[in-house]
Design a protein around this ligand. Structure first.
Ligand SMILES: *Cc1c(COP(=O)(O)O)cnc(C)c1O
Length: 429
């Protein structure tokens, strides 16, 4: 193997983790639609349960279709191992369940997917985990938020509500100095545009629901273990470094070394909390990933064309897209994402709330809905939908002021996307 060339990204997106099915020769990865797997004999079963041998037991914990998906994403990110789960939120839940004890804290950049803000502020409180918010655009705010209860830092690479490129190297330096892992949600960038391990991430999480699956048909999540953090040396993470009661006193980090984090998320978090991905969703997402490089490039090229067009329109007061020259994040985008600045961004309408409502009511090609990362172009006016429960002041603070429209640009022809915006904006006045 050693003198073989390591395949490059496009090739890995199609082949990593997959081989013709040994039983049937099937070339596409089969959907292993089974709950459980027959043991060779009693000794085989015992060694599987004791983690002395790798193998299938029960689909809540592992499944061969899921396994191919995990190997593929780990390869694309240069990680040591990965774990696929039911959703992006389940991935975040399992990551923190593995890292934190009751009473622990973590720092998160406040520019995040809205669902993550809810999960961290409310659901995590019941586990007695406390989120401390920092400003993603000011890395030094992560340093000032540190104290000895803080066990991790969480940021998005390309951050919501769109267009913000985060200086991961600067934040990674702060995490390393504090001796805690950096978790990066790379959903909006995908490994095609940005491989956060190369910028200093220790753990990467995804909502596979978005660009990785890419066709708006299945929910899924992924945890990638970069293999960069020394859990035994740290001693701050007992789930990884101390004797595990449910595995005969095994210390997971000692036994599994640089992929212990992914193992712990699977054999403790997924085993006991249970948010497994269905084999069918794993199959659909795996097929989506085969075309990830082609789709992402088209998404980015179209997004830039639409953003440049919007900048020239009289009804538009501002466009926030890091791909535009002059955008505050443009330099960071050139450094971290030279192939393109993603497909999700926001812009402002001079006509405010009324104009936003009229625009989303009059689009024909765009779909008015609350998702991103579909082949189809998507539009939402946050003030009248996702953020409608907030006061105008709270909306503005959240980057969802009355004039804000968010787009997730699809892979249709850019001229048709622009024509649809043009006709809808003419009606919006
Ligand atoms: C959608 C999304 C999530 C949550 O993922 P689900 O698959 O919907 O649970 C997390 N982070 C980001 C950036 C997202 O866009």
């Amino acid at each position: 193997m050693s003198d073989e060339k390591i395949p490059s990204f496009n090739t890995l997106a199609i082949h990593a983790g997959a081989q013709p099915d040994p039983a049937t020769g099937a070339r596409a990865t089969p959907i292993y639609q089974t709950t459980s797997y027959v043991f060779d004999d009693v000794d085989h079963a015992a060694s599987l349960f004791a983690l002395q041998a790798f193998g299938n037991i029960y689909t809540r914990i592992m499944n061969p279709t899921q396994g191919v998906l995990e190997e593929r994403v780990a390869a694309l990110d240069g990680g040591t191992a990965a774990l696929a789960v039911a959703s992006g939120h389940a991935a975040q839940q399992l990551v923190f369940h593995t890292l934190l004890e009751p009473g622990d804290k973590f720092i998160a950049g406040r520019q995040l997917y809205g669902g993550s803000i809810n999960q961290f502020n409310h659901a995590f409180k019941k586990f007695d985990w406390e989120v401390v918010w920092a400003d993603t655009t000011k890395p030094e705010t992560f340093e000032t938020a540190l104290d000895d209860k803080v066990k991790a830092i969480f940021v998005e690479s390309l951050a919501n509500p769109g267009g913000i490129v985060v200086d991961i190297e600067a934040i990674s330096k702060i995490a390393k100095k504090a001796g805690i892992p950096l978790i990066v949600d790379n959903t909006m960038a995908t490994p095609y545009l940005w491989r956060p391990k190369e910028s200093g991430a220790d753990i990467i999480v995804y909502s596979l629901t978005k660009f990785l699956g890419g066709q708006g048909n299945s929910i899924g999540g992924m945890i990638v273990d970069c293999g960069t953090f020394d859990w035994m040396a740290s001693g701050k993470y007992p789930t990884l470094s101390e004797a595990c009661e449910s595995y005969n006193g095994m210390k997971l980090a000692e036994t599994f070394g640089n992929f212990a984090f992914a193992i712990a998320c699977r054999v403790l978090g997924l085993r006991d909390l249970g948010p497994c991905i269905s084999p069918f969703n794993a199959f659909l997402i795996l097929n989506g990933i085969e075309t990830l490089p082609l789709r992402m490039q088209r998404h980015c090229d179209n997004a830039l064309a639409v953003a440049e067009w919007l900048e020239k329109q009289d009804q538009v007061s501002w466009v926030s897209y890091a791909g535009l020259t002059g955008d505050p994040c443009h330099e960071l985008a050139k450094k971290y994402m030279p192939k393109g600045a993603g497909a999700v961004f926001t812009f402002g309408l001079k006509g405010g709330f009324e104009a936003g409502v009229k625009l989303v009511s009059n689009v024909k090609l765009f779909s008015h809905l609350a998702n991103i990362g579909d082949t189809r172009s998507l539009i939402i006016h946050p003030a009248s939908t996702t953020h409608s429960q907030l006061t105008p002041e709270q909306r503005t603070a959240a980057g969802a002021g009355d004039d804000v429209v968010r787009l997730s640009i699809g892979i249709e022809d850019a001229s048709d996307i622009i024509a649809d915006l043009e006709q809808a904006m003419a009606q919006a006045g």
